[in-house]
Design a binder for this molecule. Structure first.
Ligand code: ASP
Length: 440
């Protein structure tokens, strides 16, 4: 990156700092989150059910405003992922180099996922979430069994038969493949296809600006989404499952604040606290929406503007991570396995544990970055070691709150791996990371 461009980035970061002082978007998002939770709890426990509460407030205002915000963010995902990937691949140009970045990223994703499940199994073995469970206090919901797809088909589906269909349906992996190919070919064509290249670059900028525009609505959107969720959740359902929930929370905390931060410090030397503070708005967004996919635009933008991670890398690794790297989901699945085994008095052998690590890694790859899918792919993990799928029904009622939390870990893992890969590929501008002071 040229000197001029670097200075521009640092200035940009400083400008954002000034802007932030004025706007305090992070603060606003968190105020929205807390007030939303409070309002939801009040609605659930204090306000009596009726037309005004149920139809006007919860399913009217909160639903429309909250989901309107979420949809506006989702609207940007496919065009942004496609354009920024084409630009990223074009910038890297060399397909060998691109392959190296890809292999390194996938390796990081797999290793962190395997660590995540191991931590989950270890934590659950200490907490014993299923022992002494009062089954009569549980509400058991009906469970869905994950559709089975052969491994060969999963692999084949990565190549889009019809890229327009993949774009229309938002199928991330085929979109990634097609966009990378377009980018590589454009880079090879050089000046001959300059106009097309410029188009993607400029359209990409438009999508980035739109992301920031939509994010201005975040405090209100987050407030409504959280208020609606909490208004629907009764805490009494949590009581018999408190041990299970705390097992998931503890393992998520270890993965997010110990494993990732050790990786970050070890590989890049960046200050983990600063990283987390800068990344908080993205975490808040992921928490309120419980969807990795919708978080992609904000994540790429934050990594670019606040951390100095080149979009050349993040445009590729973030959508890929949002699709295949679900460490938080793997953690929930690890704890759920021990929980179900204990609740149903099934003894797991060491071989079973290895099977769980392998299948939960695969399940994490197969989990789409949208709310609640981790619970569906859990049936695949249960089936691999002969646990009854009915156990999923026991945890379904309280899964939303875990889904929100694990999504935070899912996207933080993507961001940390991205920063490391960018650092190794000389695409991390540490001046940008250092330039922006922390204003919450
Ligand atoms: N909601 C999660 C995500 O989007 C996936 C899941 O675990 O259900 O990352």
């Amino acid at each position: 990156m040229g000197k001029e461009k670097q200075t521009k980035k640092v200035n940009e970061a400083q400008n954002t700092k000034q802007e932030k002082k004025k706007l305090g978007l992070t603060t606003k998002i968190f105020i929205g989150l807390l007030l939303g939770a409070l309002t939801g709890v009040i609605l659930h426990y204090i306000v009596p059910s009726g037309f005004v509460k149920d139809t006007v407030i919860i399913n009217g205002i909160c639903y429309v405003v909250g989901n309107g915000f979420l949809r506006a963010m989702q609207m940007l995902v496919v065009p942004l992922v496609f354009c920024s990937l084409v630009c990223g691949a074009m910038a890297i140009g060399d397909s060998k180099k691109l392959g190296k970045v890809g292999v390194k990223t996938i390796l990081f994703y797999l290793v962190t996922t395997a660590i995540a499940i191991t931590i989950a199994l270890g934590t659950a073995k200490i907490i014993n979430p299923g022992i002494g469970l009062d089954m009569s206090a549980l509400e058991i919901a009906e469970t869905t069994i994950a559709e089975k797809q052969s491994f060969a088909d999963v692999l084949l589906n990565i190549i889009p038969k019809n890229p327009i269909q993949a774009l229309a349906e938002g199928n991330m992996l085929p979109i990634i493949v097609f966009a990378i190919l377009v980018g590589i070919v454009l880079a090879k064509q050089g000046d001959r296809c300059e106009t097309v290249g410029n188009f993607f670059n400029e359209f990409n900028n438009v999508m980035m600006d739109m992301t920031m525009l939509v994010m201005k609505l975040a405090p209100i959107g987050v407030f409504c989404l959280i208020a609606k969720t909490f208004a629907g959740i009764g805490f009494s359902a949590f009581v018999p499952l408190l041990k299970y929930m705390s097992g998931v929370f503890i393992a998520l905390g270890i993965q997010c604040f110990v494993v990732y931060m050790a990786f970050l410090k070890g590989f890049t030397g960046l200050n983990p606290f600063k990283f987390i503070k800068k990344f908080l708005p993205v975490m808040g967004f992921a928490f309120s929406t419980a969807t990795s996919n919708a978080t992609i635009p904000l994540s790429i933008d934050t990594l670019d503007k606040k951390m100095g991670v080149s979009k050349r890398i993040s445009s590729f690794t973030i959508p890929l991570g949002a699709t295949i790297n679900m460490d938080g989901t793997a953690i929930m699945q690890g704890v759920a396995v021990i929980f179900a085994a204990q609740a149903f008095n099934i003894t797991l052998t060491p071989a079973d544990y290895i099977t769980v690590i392998a299948t939960a890694t695969l399940a994490s790859i197969g989990t789409a970055g949208v709310p609640g899918v981790g619970l569906i792919t859990l049936s695949m993990v249960f089936a691999s070691v002969g646990l009854p799928v009915e156990a999923i029904g026991m945890i379904m009622g309280i899964d939303r709150i875990l889904d929100m939390t694990r999504t935070v870990v899912n996207i933080t893992g993507d961001a940390v791996c991205t920063t490391i890969v960018a650092h190794q590929d000389k695409a991390l501008n540490k001046e940008v990371f250092a330039a922006q002071e922390l204003t919450l």
